[in-house]
Design a protein around this ligand. Structure first.
Ligand SMILES: NC(=O)c1ccc[n+]([C@@H]2O[C@H](COP(=O)([O-])OP(=O)(O)OC[C@H]3O[C@@H](n4cnc5c(N)ncnc54)[C@H](OP(=O)(O)O)[C@@H]3O)[C@@H](O)[C@H]2O)c1
Length: 257
């Protein structure tokens, strides 16, 4: 039996990964801040699928939280075969409206935690000659959209670079770039979503199924939906200065307010 560690496992995309991996018979290590919710999730997945579900409460915006998860990933006696770096959040507001402390917290969770946890996991995966890492980024990585987009652009570049450096080691790394997914994300950030067209919403379970297929095909970047693949194709062909104005206007019209 293999073991997967999922950060941000208790809601949204992370919970969809937990459901799918448990159904596939993987043991799980569940990471988030809310211990009660983690315990309830572990019990439900254990009872429903007969797998072992460990609970690891950790705040990935703190050094102690990151260190606790690093330690679990370095445990050679109980190895982790798949790491899903999924925990993340949005800050409401434009540049300079968001308090600096919140910007820095985002960089800690989206960048420092992802760097440290990926490194802790892949060191021991490389020794064993197998393993996988999915780093959840966003299609916001490809457009100029504040610190959120910039941090997700880092996730994409870092993951694809590391995948190249570890090619041939048996360790797969993939950046996952969802579009809008119905989760707790927007509500937690206090962002309204009424103006986002229906066709732009993705289903978390389908997203996860497509992501796992892409990982098994050795992809290092997954944009798992034809609608967003087409949109990102257009984005690639659009000159950067024009793109900045367009994404800013469209973002304000259709994006979370
Ligand atoms: N939803 C979208 O439209 C969308 C689109 C593109 C990309 N994404 C990305 O997908 C990932 C998951 O987002 P989601 O939409 O599923 O969000 P969500 O429903 O709000 O779930 C977030 C999860 O992360 C955990 N978490 C948040 N901050 C944490 C911290 N400091 N330390 C540890 N765990 C933390 C939360 O649990 P606790 O509160 O208990 O810690 C929860 O389990 C994020 O990286 C996000 O940027 C989302």
């Amino acid at each position: 039996m293999t073991t997967a560690l999922i950060t941000g496992s208790t809601a949204g995309i992370g919970a969809a990964f937990a459901r799918r991996l448990a159904a596939d018979g993987h043991n799980l290590v569940l990471v988030a801040r809310d211990t009660k919710r983690l315990r309830e999730q572990a019990t439900e997945l254990h009872d429903g699928h007969g797998i072992e579900a460990e609970v690891l409460p950790a705040d990935l915006s703190t050094d102690e939280g990151i260190a606790a998860v690093e330690e679990r990933l370095r445990n050679r006696r109980s190895p982790v075969d798949l790491l899903v770096n999924n925990a993340g959040f949005g800050n409401k507001g434009r540049y300079l409206d968001v308090p600096m402390a919140d910007e820095l917290t985002m960089l800690k969770v989206h960048i420092e935690a992802v760097l440290r946890l990926t490194s802790a996991a892949t060191e021991s995966m490389r020794e064993r000659g197998r393993g996988g890492v999915i780093n959840v980024a966003s299609v916001a990585a490809f457009v100029p959209r504040g610190t959120y987009g910039a941090s997700k652009a880092w996730v994409v570049q870092f993951t694809q670079g590391a995948a190249k450096d570890l090619a041939g080691s048996g360790v797969r790394l993939m950046a996952l770039c969802p579009g809008f997914v119905r989760t707790e994300f927007h509500e937690r950030a206090g962002m309204g979503t009424d103006n986002i067209p229906k066709w732009m919403w993705l289903d978390a379970d389908k997203l996860v199924a497509a992501a796992l297929t892409d990982l098994s095909r050795d992809k290092t970047l997954s944009i798992p939906d034809p609608r967003y693949k087409a949109l990102m194709g257009v984005v690639k062909l659009t000159p950067r200065p024009l793109l900045g104005g367009l994404t800013s206007r469209t973002g304000r019209k259709y994006g979370p307010q």
